[in-house]
Unconditional design. Structure first.
Ligand code: APR
Length: 391
């Protein structure tokens, strides 16, 4: 099998890249080890940055997002028993769209298939070879038999544990990482959201986030110790803890409860692999970087990588101009490190450290108070949250 760009992974990065390349007349093949329904139902992020929403629309896959997603013009920071709104358009002129990653993946798969794209499900890449040559290859297994995808370029969009990242020569790459001493316990519940916008709550017992997937589905998270056993968290305990952390002092606001349809644990970590390329292999999305979910940047970074790579492949393939490809990693990493810092900053701002002292707690409250009372500080949050403009 032969193609111009061999893409490993049918997550948002791989699918969006394949879609963008198709629009520019460049052939690609996407190899995905899971089946289609698994990819379309995997619960992940749900906040789409302003410029990513615009890019989806501009490439003709924003219709369902604009119909079913929610434009959010702010978030609430809740601490010390009070809520404070951060108004995005007033501070930055931008907003975000609440639309689940799983829906973006569903839209992109449908579109690739309607456009005659080759997305091979149940096809697991096992090796990437010849990245220092002009004809790299991806070995993969489909239907129990070994096959080879010959390409001009390989885009590894296969997540952190994918084969793409491990094909980079170890002596020329560096991995930067940071762990956090807590995780997120997330639930998906069949109940209308209890608020119109996302609520980020800082509480002495830990952070909590109220988010939503639709008018009838709520997504809620609790900061928990990293070694938490989900078996210790029956639904009632989760709801009670959420109630405590979201409680307002002078308000009878109450959290709506409903049937819990999914419960999961998300570890928190930050990782960056540098450079994001070697020879004819290019990494995009989680394959190159991981952020803790607090800043809602994982999905958006993956989409920005795809946009950059699509431009770079187009220039190389159509005009023979390889400068975009040569500079891909350096260009992408500017946004990546900004998002890494913002995600770390939001995480540190909102999560009390398990070993934190009373002094630390006072610092936290002072920091939060500064953000909600200083337009300059609030703008910094809003600018990063809604996403910096495309470079
Ligand atoms: N062969 C084929 N497919 C593979 C292989 C392999 N060897 N290894 C992994 N994959 C597939 C996975 O099954 C998955 O569908 O690669 C895809 C990677 O998709 P994502 O994990 O969604 O990664 P990405 O597209 O970079 O999107 C990043 O996902 O984890 C979230 O918060 C993160 O929202 C961000 C987004």
């Amino acid at each position: 099998m032969r193609t111009t760009v061999g893409i490993i992974g049918a997550g948002p990065a791989g699918l969006f890249l394949s879609h963008l390349l198709h629009r520019r007349g460049i052939d690609s093949v996407v190899l995905e080890r899971r089946d289609r329904s698994y990819c379309e139902s995997r619960q992940r992020a749900g906040v789409v940055e302003h410029s990513v929403a615009e890019a989806l629309r501009a490439s003709g896959v924003g219709e369902r997002m604009d119909r079913d997603g929610f434009v959010h013009e702010g978030i609430e920071l809740r601490f010390d028993g009070r809520g404070h709104r951060i108004d995005f358009p007033a501070l930055t002129g931008r907003n975000v769209v609440i639309y689940a990653q799983t829906e973006i993946v569903t839209d992109l798969i449908a579109r690739r298939i309607a456009d005659g794209g080759r997305v091979l499900f149940d096809a697991e890449a096992t090796d990437v070879e010849g990245i220092d040559t002009e004809s790299p290859r991806v070995r993969f297994v489909a239907d129990g038999s070994e096959e080879v995808l010959e390409c001009d370029y390989v885009a590894a969009c296969d997540g952190f544990h994918g084969v793409g990242r491990s094909a980079l020569p170890t002596d020329s790459m560096r991995c930067f990482d940071k762990g956090y001493p807590f995780a997120w316990l997330g639930i998906l519940a069949d109940v209308a959201p209890s608020c119109d916008e996302l609520v980020y709550a800082h509480h002495p017992r830990g952070f909590a986030l109220h988010s939503m997937r639709s008018e009838s589905v709520s997504r809620l998270y609790l900061q928990v110790p990293s070694d938490t056993d989900l078996g210790d968290w029956p639904d009632e305990r989760v709801w009670d803890e959420l109630d405590t952390r979201f409680a307002l002092r002078d308000d009878d606001w109450a959290l709506r409860r409903g049937p819990v349809t999914d419960k999961s644990l998300t570890p928190m970590r930050s990782v960056v692999t540098e450079p994001m390329q070697h020879g004819r292999l290019f990494l995009a999305g989680d394959a190159a970087h991981i952020v803790p979910p607090t800043g809602a940047k994982g999905l958006n970074l993956a989409m920005h990588d795809a946009l950059l790579l699509a431009d770079a492949f187009t220039s190389a393939h159509t005009d023979g101009d390889t400068s975009g490809l040569e500079g891909y990693s350096a260009t992408a990493l500017r946004r990546v490190w900004r998002a890494e810092h913002f995600s770390y900053w939001m995480t540190s701002l909102l999560h009390p450290a398990p070993e934190g002292s009373d002094f630390d707690r006072r610092l936290h409250l002072s920091h939060l108070d500064h953000i909600v009372s200083s337009p300059a500080a609030a703008t910094q949050l809003a600018e990063n949250y809604t996403g910096l403009p495309r470079v």
